[in-house]
Design a protein around this ligand. Structure first.
Ligand SMILES: NC(=O)c1ccc[n+]([C@@H]2O[C@H](COP(=O)([O-])OP(=O)(O)OC[C@H]3O[C@@H](n4cnc5c(N)ncnc54)[C@H](OP(=O)(O)O)[C@@H]3O)[C@@H](O)[C@H]2O)c1
Length: 267
């Protein structure tokens, strides 16, 4: 691998991760691309090298294989030094209201929360053991605006992203003075495989390319909390200050307008 600031991205095979890789490639960064599907990673690596990336290497890994992820990160750090780590891989499975969805919860928390914490804890432990001088590292965790309050019909996903967002906020305060900037990227709706076929309304939806471009540009500007699309900045502020009774009223109306969640017999 040729090196010109290395960016490692999980969930790079599609959607936001794929577009972030291209956005970093256009800015001349080297890339390490992680996901489970080899084909899409290979085509992405070729595309990134045609843009301005000096090199794009692929790693076909499930983020739940913590040991393998750690070994890969350790090797990349030893051989080249990681400058940016983007914890983007995520899942959002839908399920009917009358189903016992514990298994879905286990996988959602495993990918959206535990894997992210495992990767970040590992990276910061190896970075903090090194000499403080010239430490200039960035970690981006991709959460969601659904992390702000418990969204009806999205309890498991919303809770997994909320846990990650609170974790990111906490460590960002500790890590900043030590030369590690922790960024919470909380996007609104994006057109990706995750939202493909969704029947509910998705206000202010952005293309993955637009969201990625805005995010990468803000990360490089030094921001540590990023929300898109812009109306969501207002919505998030509004949701954060709304008292519980008012939020419950607002959310019930929102759920009725959407038509409510399905039952098993309807799916
Ligand atoms: N789309 C939205 O409206 C929206 C809104 C807010 C936040 N987000 C967040 O944005 C992030 C990117 O999602 P997206 O919208 O771009 O969806 P996407 O197109 O479905 O991409 C998800 C990515 O995560 C990877 N992934 C999933 N499980 C994995 C696993 N166990 N191991 C390794 N990689 C795994 C997938 O790759 P493989 O299948 O190849 O492994 C894929 O590259 C997620 O964290 C999502 O929660 C999305």
């Amino acid at each position: 691998m040729k090196k010109n600031q290395l960016v490692v991205i999980t969930g790079a095979s599609s959607g936001l991760g794929r577009e972030m890789a291209k956005s970093f490639a256009r800015r001349g960064k080297s890339l390490a691309l992680i996901a489970r599907r080899t084909g899409p990673l290979e085509s992405l690596a070729r595309e990134c090298e045609k843009l301005s990336s000096p090199s794009a290497d692929i790693f076909t890994i499930d983020v739940n294989s913590h040991q393998l992820v750690r070994e890969t990160l350790q090797k990349l750090e030893n051989d080249f030094g990681i400058d940016y780590f983007i914890a983007n891989a995520g899942v959002n499975d839908t399920y009917p209201i009358d189903q016992d969805s514990t298994k879905i919860a286990q996988n959602t928390f495993a990918v959206n929360t535990i894997a992210v914490i495992d990767q970040i804890e590992f990276l910061k432990s190896i970075w903090l053991k090194k000499d403080q001088k010239n430490r200039n590292k960035v970690i981006v965790g991709v959460t969601s605006i659904s992390a702000v309050r418990g969204l009806p019909e999205s309890g498991i996903y919303s809770a997994s992203k909320a846990a990650t967002a609170v974790y990111l906020e906490s460590i960002s305060i500790e890590c900043r003075p030590k030369g590690i900037r922790i960024v919470n990227f909380a996007p609104g709706f994006m057109k990706t495989e995750m939202t493909e076929g969704a029947t509910y309304s998705m206000p202010f939806i952005l293309s993955a390319q637009k969201a990625a471009e805005l995010c990468v540009s803000d990360v490089l500007k030094g921001k540590d909390f990023i929300i898109y699309a812009w109306p969501f900045k207002l919505i998030v502020y509004f949701l954060q200050v709304l008292p519980n009774w008012a939020y419950r009223l607002w959310a019930s109306v929102f759920m009725k307008l959407r038509g409510g969640r399905s039952f098993s017999s309807e799916t």
